[in-house]
Structures are given as structure tokens and as C-alpha cells.
Design a protein around this ligand. Structure first.
Ligand code: HEM
Ligand code: ISQ
Length: 154
């Protein structure tokens, strides 16, 4: 079954809530990632040299925003076209950046869990398994696109 209108609506609806507090959710996102995979810290230049996650680093916000937004966009595209086509960043570049940083499959799983956890906390009562499923599928398809490119670059 393809991505449904309902799934797209669930993603968009929760994204609207998320957008209202990007600084907080960005911080939470990175915190969850580092709890699950502490070594990821050394991959991000703006985290590497500090003991704690910087509270007010614009780069942290921009980076988290990229992943939130691209996953949301992926949901829209899955609904519209049945597949993910990257609009903002060339796929080739994305493949090589992640390959160079040493990103592996398990990292993609960590980022997925952290993303879902962040959204769950952000939307509170509005959360449902269906909402999680919609975000999860949008993320999986986006991750698969990047991973395929990484294999080609390798
Ligand atoms: C960089 C997206 C998964 C680690 C980037 C960039 C984008 C991006 C757009 C910026 C490229 C640039 O500025 O040139 C995504 C998306 C992902 C994903 C959409 C999943 C669907 C991951 C995972 C990891 C990771 C699983 C590892 C934990 C990094 C690192 C950078 C990066 C370390 C470079 C940061 C820097 O040098 O400032 N990613 N990424 N990414 N990503 Fe990801
Ligand atoms: C992966 N790639 C780029 C930015 C990110 C920010 C937070 C978590 C994962 C990321």
C-alpha cells in the first residue's frame, strides 16, 4: 500500500506543532541521539569540542531542522508521487557527505528512533501509533534513498 492522504495529514499536522518550538525540539532530538549512540557526537563539528550539547547553537537548530523538514517533505512526495525525490540538496552530495562521516545503517535506526521520540514528546496527546507509522515510513524511504546513493559512492 502506498502512502495515504491520512498519513500525509498526520505528518503535516504534527510538523505544524513541532515548528512552534524548534530550539527545544532540536535539543531534544540531539540528546536522544547521543543517549543511544554517544559516538555520533564526534561526527558533528559543532558538538565535538564541547562536553554538553550546546543549548543555543544555531547550527544545531539548522541541522535538526534539515532532518525534520526533509522527512516531512518526503511524506508529501510519497503521497504525491509515490517516491522520494530530493528537492533541496543534491543526492550525490548527500551520499558522499554521509559516507565520509562514516555513517552506517545502525545510525539511521538511531536517528529514526530519536526523531519519533522527539515528535511523540512534542505533540503530546495528539500522538498515535498511526502518526508514528506515517513519520517512520517517510523517514525510512528517505533513508533508503540516501543509503542507496551511499552504496553507489562507495
Ligand atoms: C550532513 C540529511 C541521516 C550524520 C547532512 C546534511 C543533510 C543531511 C542535508 C547536510 C549536507 C551539507 O550541508 O552539505 C540527512 C537526512 C538523514 C540523515 C535527511 C536521514 C534520513 C544521518 C545519519 C547520521 C548523519 C543517520 C549519523 C548519525 C550527518 C553528519 C553530517 C550530515 C555528521 C555532516 C555535519 C557537518 O559536517 O556539519 N545530513 N542526514 N546523517 N549528516 Fe545527515
Ligand atoms: C543527520 N544529518 C544531518 C543533521 C542531523 C541532525 C540531527 C540528527 C541527525 C542528522
Amino acid at each position: 500500500m502506498g502512502f495515504t492522504e491520512k498519513q500525509e495529514a498526520l505528518v503535516k499536522e504534527s510538523w505544524k506543532v513541532m515548528k512552534q518550538n524548534i530550539p527545544e525540539h532540536s535539543l531534544r532530538f540531539f540528546t536522544l541521539i547521543l543517549e543511544m549512540a554517544p559516538a555520533v557526537k564526534n561526527m558533528f563539528p559543532f558538538l565535538k569540542d564541547s562536553d554538553e550539547i550546546p543549548q543555543n547553537n544555531p547550527k544545531l537548530k539548522t541541522h535538526a531542522l534539515i532532518v525534520f523538514k526533509m522527512t516531512c517533505d518526503s511524506a508529501i512526495q510519497l503521497r504525491e508521487k509515490g517516491q522520494v525525490v530530493l528537492r533541496d540538496v543534491p543526492l550525490k552530495h548527500l551520499g558522499s557527505v554521509h559516507l565520509e562521516k562514516g555513517v552506517v545503517d545502525s545510525h539511521f535506526e538511531v536517528v529514526k528512533e530519536a526523531l519519533l521520540g522527539t515528535i511523540k514528546e512534542a505533540v503530546g496527546e495528539s500522538w498515535s501509533d498511526e502518526m508514528g507509522g506515517a513519520w517512520g515510513e517517510a523517514y525510512d524511504q528517505l533513508a533508503a534513498t540516501i543509503k542507496t546513493q551511499m552504496e553507489e559512492e562507495a
